[in-house]
Write a protein that binds this ligand. Structure first.
Ligand SMILES: [Cu+2]
Length: 148
């Protein structure tokens, strides 16, 4: 178990990367859906950086979105990327910031790994695979966030 965990980490976090991606996941899509949302935690081990773009072979384009509360309504808005503070973290999560895979080429199905390339201003390209979880809910470890 420990070995497997180490192997997974090695894939997600190359030793030279100054930015680490934790727990990248996406929700399975409903039939006919054209968009899908992706979430993750960006951890920065260096100076302030910025996620400036994302590409994926699974979608025509990938946008960076945030949710903003407008009275009782939660609206989605595209932003020009996310600032990741020096030696800090930026979390994409349901109801907050998220990647939007637009015009997906096929439905995201539970168990799929959706590849994407994150482009950081300083750290450069970081490859990541989003694990697709059931449409019904976030993965168990998302339901009870750990306190840091
Ligand atoms: Cu969105």
């Amino acid at each position: 178990m420990k070995l497997l965990f180490a192997a997974l980490l090695a894939v997600a976090m190359p030793a030279w990367a100054q930015v680490e991606i934790e727990n990248p996941w996406a929700r399975a899509t409903a039939p006919g859906a054209k968009v899908a949302a992706g979430y993750m935690v960006i951890r920065n081990k260096s100076g302030a950086d910025r996620l400036v773009g994302v590409t994926s072979p699974a979608a025509a384009r990938v946008e960076t979105h945030v949710h903003i509360r407008d009275g009782d309504i939660l609206r989605m808005r595209e932003v020009k990327g996310y600032d990741v503070p020096a030696n800090g973290r930026f979390e994409l999560k349901p109801g907050g910031a998220h990647l939007m895979f637009v015009d997906i080429k096929q439905p995201f199905k539970q168990g799929d790994k959706v590849p994407a390339v994150l482009n950081f201003e300083k750290a450069g390209e970081v490859k990541v695979d989003f694990e697709v979880v059931p449409l019904a809910g976030p993965p168990a470890h998302q339901q009870h966030p750990r306190k840091h």
